[in-house]
Design a protein around this ligand. Sequence first.
Ligand code: UGA
Length: 443
Amino acid sequence: MSTIAIVGAGHVGVVYAAGLAELGHRVKVIDINAKRIAMLKQGRTWFYEPGLPELLARGLARRRITFTMSYSSGLAKARFVFVCVPTPTTAEGSLDDSYLRSAFANIRQHTRAPRPIIVNKSTVPVGTGDVATRLFEGDDIHVVSNPEFLAEGRAVEDFFHPSRIVIGARSRIAGEAVASLYAPLRASVVHTDPVTAELSKLSANAFLATKVSFANVLSRIGESVGADGEGLAKALSLDPRIGAGHLRAGLGFGGSCLPKDLAAIEQLARRFTDSSALFAAVASVNKAQRSRVVDLLIDRFGAIADRRVAILGATFKANTDDLRDSPALALARQLAELHADVVVYDPVAATQLRSVASELKLGRSALAAVKGADATVVATEWPEFASLDLAAVRRAMRGNLLIDARGLFDIDSANRAGLDYFSFSSAGVRAHETEELIPAVAS
Ligand code: UGA
């Protein structure tokens, strides 16, 4: 078993720390944020991730994980250094690698021969691994690119059951050494060079973003021709070449990864090809998708000023408290700017909402939020929303419009509860007469 230092106690670093400790390694986590380190030392995670507190507690109890703010003590005796720092998007759409450069500089300053292998997990501009290797030239140090594919909300599950482990190394020995850390997981390992590994991360997320935009355009077509979105998604997903993931129509993709990596790929395509329009279209469909609920409300009510709208869910998807680039939060803000009377309820993100969106009214529960509402929008697919009693929702509301932007309910049960139902995946909501379609198809 190895001693591993992890730089960055974020969504990726903490999951890797707890996961690698569970595999038997000794892990030392370094972060410059004193508050986060203090919480983690007590076994408390500073973000919501199902299963992570329990896993962290096991690692701490077995004395396999330590947390520190000091590079020199964190890096001491480490054979591997995992770099898990954030790489946000710059104003031009490329990835900002300043945290990464600072982490590399600190590693260089605080390690001595024999130097550890640096394992980069941060999503980086393509070519970073080789640039970093040059930075350490003459120091006998290897930089291996080993991108993470953890999805928030299921990151622990993804750690223990990876679909693949991608290792980009110029030295086969260094690459094999990194692969050996994950041996107990028995996962498929792709050995390649750093540039390919880095591009594989960006392209996986860009492809997922493309699937989501595809699903959203398809749902609009389906809505107009009277197709059942759910049936359509099932028919597509059973083709193994297409697959089931990321085909749910909804508010569009958000979070800290898909939009960022799509922008980075678009930038590369603009620079090296004449085909960046592909990625620009994915982004533009996503942007338009975000306005659909507002358009629906305006269609329904005319002016929406002073209309009470309940938004159920604020995070960018369920099972996380992450509000970064959240379509649900963007919707709430857009409605508030149009002077609608917006009440938001989220099962886990109330504290974060109070600090980043203090202008919004918060409900204490889903039923409290829908009280007196003219319309209710299900904006995040939290499991607790799926088990809501729709008759109780209807009774609490003033109006009867339910916009189910995450496809949690079906039209029949919503109608039975007295709700006027709209979803992006229900059949025939605005279906044209079939005869009307035929000339259009023939022409
Ligand atoms: C994504 C990838 O799925 C991970 O593999 C990757 O490691 C991670 O980015 C990263 O780069 O770190 P994540 O951003 O946590 O993970 O979330 P996803 O589950 O991919 O969802 C992204 C967005 O797409 C969410 O807003 C979600 O609501 C939306 N989405 C997803 C849909 O609208 N429809 C779907 O069918 C699936």
